[in-house]
Design a protein around this ligand. Structure first.
Ligand code: ZN
Length: 191
């Protein structure tokens, strides 16, 4: 595996071990990791600290030219929010571990002249697959969906719509996250 994707996967595993969502990312400039991070929705009670955003945050303030010479490696195809950050800073290249558990915005990025390579790495897929099956409600919360099955590849995830469909509330009633189901909100979420 690409060593930088491996580093992103290490970040994803750190996040998982910390009770969070198993997505990791690293920002690489001229062959050196300048920022690394993982999704901190649970840990920070944050809806915006996706792995890519966390890596950018941890890279700190950088000159425009640094972004334009960088490559963002992420275990999962970037979402709409992260794609905008990639385009904003004109990061020219993205390498994503997989796009089967979340389609992401690869096509849109390509339309914005960003080079996107999705490698469909088995370890990245397996990690997300295990996470979504164990925490469907958290996954749905993360992607802003009521049912994650809408975003899953039916070939890779046969029968998943039944396995991962979250318990539904009454008609018209949003189903809130269930803290008893294995994750705990971070301190910020409690406050
Ligand atoms: Zn994102």
């Amino acid at each position: 595996m690409d060593p930088f994707l491996e580093a992103a996967l290490d970040e994803a595993r750190v996040g998982l071990a910390d009770g969070g969502i198993s997505i990791g990312s690293v920002l690489v400039h001229r062959g050196e990791i300048i920022g690394r991070g993982h999704n901190r929705r649970v840990q920070r009670g944050s809806p915006i600290l996706h792995a890519e955003m966390d890596a950018l945050e941890n890279a700190g303030r950088r000159a425009a030219m640094v972004y334009r010479e960088s490559v963002l490696h992420t275990t999962l195809s970037p979402c709409a929010m992260c794609r905008c950050a990639i385009v904003l800073y004109r990061i020219p290249r993205v390498i994503a571990g997989e796009s089967r558990s979340f389609m992401g915005e690869g096509e849109w990025l390509r339309d914005c002249s960003v080079s996107v390579e999705v490698v469909q790495d088995g370890d990245c897929v397996a990690l997300m697959k295990a996470f979504v099956r164990a925490h469907p409600e958290l996954w749905n919360e993360h992607i802003g969906e009521e049912e994650s099955a809408l975003r899953l590849d039916p070939v890779l995830w046969p029968g998943t719509s039944q396995e991962t469909a979250p318990p539904r509330g009454r008609a018209g009633t949003p189903t809130p996250p269930t803290p008893s189901s294995g994750w705990k909100p971070g301190p910020a979420a409690r406050g």
